[in-house]
Design a binder for this molecule. Sequence first.
Ligand code: BF8
Length: 671
Amino acid sequence: MARKTRTPEEQSIDPAAQKMLIYANEVGISTAFSRADAMAPCNVGSAGMCCKLCGMGPCRLTKEGQTGVCGATIDTIQARNLIRAIAAGSAAHSDHGRDMAFTLKAVANDETEGYVIRDLAKLRNIAAIYDIPIDGRSPGEIANDLADLYISQFGQQKGEIAPIIRAPEKRQKIWAEEGVIPRGIDREVVEALHRTHMGDDQDPEHILSHAIRTSLADGWGGSMIATDVSDILFGTPAPILGEANLGVLKDDMVNVVVHGHEPTLSQMIVAASQDPEIIEYAREAGAEGINLSGICCTANEILMRQGIPAAGNFLHQELSILTGAVEAMIVDVQCIMQALVGLAENFHTQVITTSPKVKIKGATHIEFDEKHALSTAKQILRVAIDNYKNRGKTRIPQDKEKLIPGFSHEYINYMLGGSYRASFRPLNDAIMSGRIRGVAAIVGCNNARTQQDYLHVYVTKELLKQDVLVVETGCGAIASAKLGLLLGEAGLDQVGPGLREICETIGIPPVLHMGSCVDNTRILTVLTQMVEEGGLGDDIDQVPAVGLAPEWMSEKALSIGAYCVASGAYVMFGGSSPVSGMPDRMADSTIVSEFISSGWEEKYGGKLEFVADPDEMIRKTLEHIDRKRADLGLPEYEATKFGRSGDARMLELEALPLEHRRKAIYGVAAD
Ligand code: BF8
């Protein structure tokens, strides 16, 4: 049977994407969207029914009672596949963290070009957590010790990784009892690979217990290190005005798109793009200057720190080149499609790889290292500028939206109480009173097999109506940004009345952009601080909160999901489940899917589920939040109890005849 080809409207809800997809169809250029339509996913592999871990296979378990050649059951195979994905995700995030720690060490010892320690307060705060002496010491000395501590976390063989002490005490005890505290970041990833080699660990629950430990090495290890060091070197984010979508590209400027993850590269490209000598070089080439923008998590890194616009999320990487307006796409690591190089051959765009870990055949490789960071960044920009003369016809869609990103946990703390009374008390109070029903973290990727951004935006909008405060990271945050949900107080008429009151009082958007995917650790920190503030229980699993990844596709998302579960959160993924298959049938539940849900819930208070229907995801989110509220003894959520202050109340009053209005305001009908 021929596969159905979706229309551009069915492929994406983003108007800019739709325009580029129409153009791609006209000229016959393939994209991830059209390739997804042309190729059905393997129904055996996608449901976790295929084992390809040794040369006797791959074994496809499609018939009742079948095992692999070695005797491996479907449960063992699914558990092995899942832990391998989690290990890859944990490795990717953590290797990013390692590079950041090495950069911090090099900066501390004056061995870099162009980097400085920007956030001294954060350096001191983080160092103090680990009892690194700070008084009377230079920033370089403190940074050197912190870098040494962080670097040692990767190769540590025994004991517990240091950042674990930042979790609530009760949570640390649970992990200790379950034996899942990571000993060293690399050790857990290596052990995950060892355990899943042919003939090793075969008990699914035992394998999945190590999956938790491997994911914790990411969330409370590598990713947390990445976020800490990024803030120390490049500044802790605070709200700033930005823009998102392909409309940020400019016809009269050299467009440079930075794509990938590590801010060491992107921050230096930002610095180089502001260098007068480089700007002059661009002018000599006939352009008005350099227009920098980002894709994927790199976009989030420079958006939330410098307000550099985001050209889009994961599925926009090819679409930005289709505009014909991009002189260079500079990539480092993760989420970079191999198709970019072939696609760019239809235009003048140069794809430039920069990481020693990532080369793509046909791309230009200009290797980036911290010792020559600024010079290399300028060299890369010169290549882009030299390419401006080769530009042909452009077709930049004029779609873009403003947004306010930059809600680090430090800023959330500050915004709620100001400089002198910074605290999470007002947020906890708002949840306890029921003005805010609960919190949802909506994170993760785009997936070419679903309509781009639809699930993110639909789930976000529906939860906002229900007074659920939403925090977002990664490509999910860019989805909301492109569709105007991160716009200060705009759009608050679509938000539940209690949440709206809070947003109006504090002056925040109802969706808080908290950064890139490694910055999901900021959410762990916020949840920990909410617990420590009091009133919402003494551990993360008691907070009325959920984690959602409606359009997931990456192994990193699975690692994030697992460490959030281990931290006590209810996590739901949309799309397809990698653990749903049973020989002969698609099952509602398998041993592995049951175990990562109710099994993990029994141990950690959090659970991981794959829920394809967004309405079901919303229903389960609200049910969970309400159950957590009831368990805490908080008042039942009432949709109409709050929200009679603010603009809504003003409009209501304005509609009354004057004397009634006075009576309503003053209690008496004054003359
Ligand atoms: O780390 S959300 S598509 S860009 S994996 Fe990739 Fe997914 Fe985007 Fe960032 Ni995260």
